[in-house]
Design a binder for this molecule. Structure first.
Ligand SMILES: [Mn+2]
Length: 321
């Protein structure tokens, strides 16, 4: 359906549960919160739920009860909107609300999204879901205030790696310009997100670099972090965010892989590429997904097995060049 259809649905209906994805990032949090403000400004009843805690660097844009992190505590509203959730399992325990809703919608920018909701608006060309939310605000005729603009800007800023990634387009910059004009404090937003790192995050990054392996003449960088290494520096799960990008930033690296042991013995694998390798294709082989340059999956196999399989798959991609 078109974005205009989405806008008409939102106007016609009431009672919305907005769902942000598990391991929430700046895009899902910012986009969900902006959508919440927009629906409220239309006089609608709405809530945001998320199966996961909101990383500290995003707390600055939270109102007191703006996100319910325990979906079981949330009210049952008629309609649900999954925001930035590439697949249904990204809803986590919020899936219960999704399944029980009268109408389910999904707004997303992941090309691998299968369209699991009843109504789907998926634009794989958008650099962030935040950009789509801004266009939706226009469709709804909503005037951008500082709060909405700050939330959308955070979504765009984080999903484009501060406008560095190849998904950044003229539209991205035009969107950012409009958000500036709506009165955001861009320097302050950046300082909240990028200059307020907990020391445990830097400690776990140091550990990740210590464990670094380089393969294929330095074109593949792989590192692993175990639960006991997390515990040793008292790292929280959000503290490993950014490690895979740090590995990619190394000169000559085309693909970076970060494998983290979960509390249940599973492994969360993040993949990044710089130029020519499509890591979403690799992630799909492990039942994951994502974008060309950023993807991921969860593995329940032994670490060595997952690691070796991955290295072989990346090798094939590098050989094809
Ligand atoms: Mn996103």
């Amino acid at each position: 359906m078109s974005l205009n259809d989405v806008a008409r649905k939102l106007k016609a209906l009431d009672e919305f549960t907005i769902i942000a994805h598990i391991s929430p990032d700046g895009d899902t949090i910012g986009s969900s919160l902006a959508l919440l403000s927009m629906l409220k400004s239309l006089g609608k009843t709405a809530q945001v739920i998320c199966d996961g805690f909101i990383p500290k660097q995003y707390h600055f844009m939270l109102g007191e009860t703006d996100i319910i992190c325990l979906p079981e505590d949330a009210l049952r509203y008629k309609n649900v909107i999954a925001v930035d959730c590439a697949a249904k399992d990204r809803l986590g325990t919020a899936q219960k609300h999704f399944d029980a809703a009268e109408l389910s919608m999904c707004i997303d920018h992941h090309e691998t999204n299968s369209g699991y909701a009843e109504l789907n608006y998926i634009d794989g060309k958008a650099a962030s879901t935040g950009e789509i939310i801004l266009r939706l605000a226009d469709e709804l005729g909503i005037l951008l205030d500082k709060e909405i603009a700050t939330r959308i800007y955070t979504a765009i800023l984080t999903d484009t790696g501060r406008f560095c990634y190849s998904n950044t387009t003229p539209d991205t910059h035009r969107a950012a310009a409009r958000l500036h004009e709506a009165g955001i404090d861009a320097a302050k937003i950046c300082s909240h997100i990028y200059q307020s790192e907990p020391i445990s995050k830097l400690m776990i990054q140091a550990k990740a670099l210590e464990n670094l392996e380089l393969h294929f003449g330095g074109r593949l960088a792989v590192t692993t972090i175990t639960q006991s290494e997390m515990n040793a520096v008292r790292a929280l799960s959000g503290d490993t965010d950014g490690i895979v990008e740090v590995l990619r930033s190394i000169e000559g690296v085309e693909v970076s892989v970060f494998i983290r042991e979960g509390k249940d013995g599973s492994y969360k694998v993040s993949l990044r590429s710089k130029e020519y390798v499509d890591v979403s294709g690799i992630a799909k082989r492990f039942a994951g997904g994502g974008h060309t340059h950023a993807a991921g999956f969860t593995s329940y196999k032994a670490l060595k097995f997952t690691h070796d399989q991955l290295v072989n798959l990346v090798l094939k991609q590098l050989e094809d060049r």
